[in-house]
Design a protein around this ligand. Structure first.
Ligand SMILES: *[C@@H]1O[C@H](CO)[C@@H](O)[C@H](O)[C@H]1NC(C)=O
Ligand SMILES: *[C@@H]1O[C@H](CO)[C@@H](O)[C@H](O)[C@H]1NC(C)=O
Ligand SMILES: *[C@@H]1O[C@H](CO)[C@@H](O)[C@H](O)[C@H]1NC(C)=O
Ligand SMILES: *[C@@H]1O[C@H](CO)[C@@H](O)[C@H](O)[C@H]1NC(C)=O
Ligand SMILES: *[C@@H]1O[C@H](CO)[C@@H](O)[C@H](O)[C@H]1NC(C)=O
Ligand SMILES: *[C@@H]1O[C@H](CO)[C@@H](O)[C@H](O)[C@H]1NC(C)=O
Ligand SMILES: *[C@@H]1O[C@H](CO)[C@@H](O)[C@H](O)[C@H]1NC(C)=O
Ligand SMILES: *[C@@H]1O[C@H](CO)[C@@H](O)[C@H](O)[C@H]1NC(C)=O
Ligand SMILES: *[C@@H]1O[C@H](CO)[C@@H](O)[C@H](O)[C@H]1NC(C)=O
Length: 619
């Protein structure tokens, strides 16, 4: 057999490229095509799909026995003269220019191999069928890592970012090891995602992430994938998932929620907007919908003068007239059972996003407190530090801030201390041998550049009804929104937007905490809020190591149930609560209340963050 095939191979090697090029010749075993920039003739394949959704069509040829080399190809064309000349199922031969195309909208996206300017399209036969490759366990995405280039102790979350770029390195693919390589090896091919389950909400284009009935790590009780450390001790970003794009037939994807299941999805593998997609032929049909009921917290308030319940909730740009304000108030009254102190983030000033110089948020906070009371919650008082106009980032004009609601029957601000102004720096002080603050509440180091166009954390000193004193820090660190790149993008490790600023912010916080605990190592201190970062990005949290402890770990929350946010393919924890050694030494309880991650509809939920409740002992 071998002797018979050798002369044929020898013969084909002598044929000039201009005669016939296969799809596998174009794809090659690496990220970039070996034929990049060349015009190729007589490429043959069966048309598997064509659609204005992708501005072109897909052809599939004979497979290679090299698993790295795809036998599918996207052909870019918006010409009806070209597209009307053949039908799905036709075998065609065509010429065109090979290019590795990066959408100009973002230089951090990968390049995708495609054929452009198709010409001389001839139909060779009709009505051919191509069987989709079913992504079952035998052929399914790797479960741990996106790319070989994500070197560093924190894997894809390692810092510094963008140390190398996939398209520059242009390695040959390792589809069994790395998800980006896996999908690149299937580029342009017809696939079926068996028994898909949504693991995120749809975006504004109706696109949503799923995992199929294939092996997966870090599945939480809702069915989604939690960002957690893998068995190798590195953060696992859930590479065993894929985004379902806009249907090729122009139908609309359904609204989805985490845990919703669908009938099998068949479509083509296509790279766009920083991810490998499966572009479905038609809108997936829903099979099952998860239970929308979210358990209310069991961590109710206790009247013993030592136990304090603490809620933490980023309420997503809340103004006095926000439609979500009564919903957030209802969450606090019912699902959170009116914690003794609420650490609120994203409280807007009294005029909301109207940029009119308003900097106080007392109307917002009073409206929220009244709505909580009206829905059966307790009658909260509140405290805040007003802002300097337009200096803290967030929605323009909104002046979002961290602020506290508190139950005056359970706790009081330590009296006789002035409330800080926006530029006053709070400091721990000893007064009559007792730890106190110079401002209550007050902002930490407000002029430090770490807080430029970001929220300044506010510190408060409290006393329980029995006179036990404790301290809190409520914070909202810089958001990841700008300057980030996708987990399936070119930059490795991916760019983590504003990570340098968050590193600086944690350092400033740690310096303050160290100063406070130096004056009183036994001080009960609770630090909570929206850190906009995962503890698995260990570089960012390094200054906290050995200083304060995260309540999830102290309370032994199962690692896969530690999440407060849904983003892309992951359920992840951006909101954290840390406590000082005096609090950590006593019993610590915490629950994440998934009112938003488990919402049946992303458009009608209260906020993008889940609230949490903790119960700690301050004496
Ligand atoms: C094009 O390719 C097909 C199939 O490989 C072959 O039959 C045909 O002769 C080729 N035509 C030219 C002009 O090379
Ligand atoms: C990428 O790698 C392939 C396979 O090794 C090679 O043929 C091609 O020329 C490379 N392209 C670039 C731009 O380096
Ligand atoms: C199309 O075919 C014609 C005639 O064979 C040839 O001259 C031309 O170069 C081909 N076009 C492309 C883009 O290959
Ligand atoms: C393709 O097959 C269908 C039946 O499956 C038939 O109706 C149609 O005529 C065929 N088309 C061509 C071009 O052979
Ligand atoms: C990533 O690094 C490359 C190479 O240093 C550089 O050209 C590119 O601008 C960087 N991308 C971003 C978004 O910083
Ligand atoms: C998705 O939900 C929104 C808001 O509830 C609704 O307007 C829209 O029609 C829904 N879309 C589909 C496809 O059901
Ligand atoms: C809230 O009031 C502002 C003006 O102060 C207005 O622009 C905005 O549309 C209102 N929002 C709602 C939800 O009514
Ligand atoms: C709310 O708390 C502040 C600060 O402790 C206090 O000055 C004010 O009197 C309280 N308001 C009510 C209505 O109890
Ligand atoms: C911050 O800077 C302002 C002047 O811009 C100054 O008045 C204020 O005292 C400074 N605050 C601290 C804590 O240094």
């Amino acid at each position: 057999m071998r002797a018979a095939t050798t002369p044929l191979l020898w013969l084909s090697a002598l044929l000039p490229l201009a005669c016939a090029t296969t799809i596998t010749d174009i794809q090659g075993p690496a990220f970039r095509s070996p034929l990049e920039g060349q015009t190729v003739q007589n490429v043959t394949g069966i048309v598997t799909a064509k659609s204005p959704t992708v501005s072109g069509f897909f052809i599939q040829g004979a497979p290679s026995n090299d698993a790295r080399v795809s036998h599918g190809l996207f052909v870019f064309s918006t010409s009806s003269k070209v597209l009307d000349a053949f039908a799905v199922g036709d075998e065609v031969a065509l010429a065109g220019k090979v290019q590795d195309f990066r959408s100009a909208s973002d230089p951090t996206f990968l390049e995708a191999t495609e054929l452009a300017s198709p010409a001389n399209v001839t139909v060779l036969s009709h009505n051919n069928s191509v069987a989709p490759r079913v992504l079952d366990g035998a052929l399914s995405p790797p479960t741990r890592r996106f790319s070989a280039l994500d070197a560093g102790p924190d894997g894809f979350l390692s810092f510094p970012n963008n140390v190398s770029q996939i398209d520059v390195v242009n390695a040959t693919l390792q589809p069994a090891q790395f998800a980006i390589d896996f999908w690149a090896s299937l580029e342009g091919q017809l696939v079926t995602v068996p028994k898909p389950m949504a693991i995120g909400f749809q975006n504004s284009f109706g696109e949503f992430f799923v995992r199929g009935a294939w092996p997966a790590d870090n599945i939480n009780s809702r069915g989604g994938l939690t960002l957690a450390l893998g068995p190798d001790g590195k953060p696992d970003g859930g590479p065993e998932s894929v985004i379902i794009g806009e249907p090729l037939d122009g139908s609309n994807n359904p609204n989805v929620s985490v845990g919703m299941t669908f009938n099998d999805i068949t479509g083509v593998v296509f790279y766009q907007f920083g991810f490998y997609y499966v572009m479905p032929f038609t809108a997936p049909t829903i099979k099952t919908t998860p239970n929308p009921n979210v358990p209310i917290t069991t961590l109710t308030s206790v009247h013993d003068g030592c136990t304090v319940t603490l809620g933490d909730y980023n309420v997503d740009n809340m103004a006095p007239n926000s439609t979500t304000l009564p919903q957030a108030a209802g969450d606090i009254a019912k699902h959170l059972q009116s914690p003794d102190i609420m650490f609120m983030q994203e409280i807007q000033d009294n005029s909301g996003p109207t940029d009119d110089g308003t900097v106080a948020a007392d109307v917002t906070l009073r409206t929220l407190a009244a709505s909580i009371a009206a829905q059966g919650g307790i009658a909260y008082n509140f405290t805040e530090v007003v802002s300097v106009n337009d200096q803290d980032g967030g929605e323009p004009g909104g002046n979002i801030r961290p602020a506290y609601l508190f139950n005056p029957r359970k706790v009081a601000l330590v009296p006789g201390i002035p409330v800080g102004g926006p530029l006053d720096g709070v400091a721990p002080v000893l007064k009559g041998g007792k730890l106190s603050l110079n401002f209550n509440p007050g902002r930490i180091d407000p002029n430090n550049s770490a807080w430029d166009f970001s929220r300044k954390p506010i510190v408060a000193a409290w006393e329980t009804t029995s006179g036990a004193r404790f301290f809190t820090i409520n914070l909202h660190n810089a958001a990841k929104v700008s300057g980030g790149s996708t987990t399936e993008g070119d930059a490795r490790p991916p760019l983590n937007g504003a990570v340098e600023q968050r590193i600086a912010q944690i350092k400033v916080l740690a310096t303050f905490i160290e100063g406070l605990l130096k004056l009183d190592p036994h001080a009960p201190l609770i630090i909570a809020g929206d850190f906009n970062e995962f503890v698995q990005t260990r570089t960012v949290f390094a200054p906290f190591a050995g200083l304060v402890s995260e309540v999830d770990a102290l309370a032994n929350i199962p690692v896969l149930e530690r999440y407060t946010y849904v983003f892309d393919n992951l359920q992840e924890q951006l909101d954290h609560m840390f406590v000082s050694p005096a609090v950590a030494a006593r019993r610590v309880e915490v629950e994440h209340v998934h009112v938003n991650s488990w919402a049946p509809n992303v458009n009608t939920r209260t906020s993008d963050h889940d609230p949490s409740v903790a119960r700690v002992r301050v004496c």
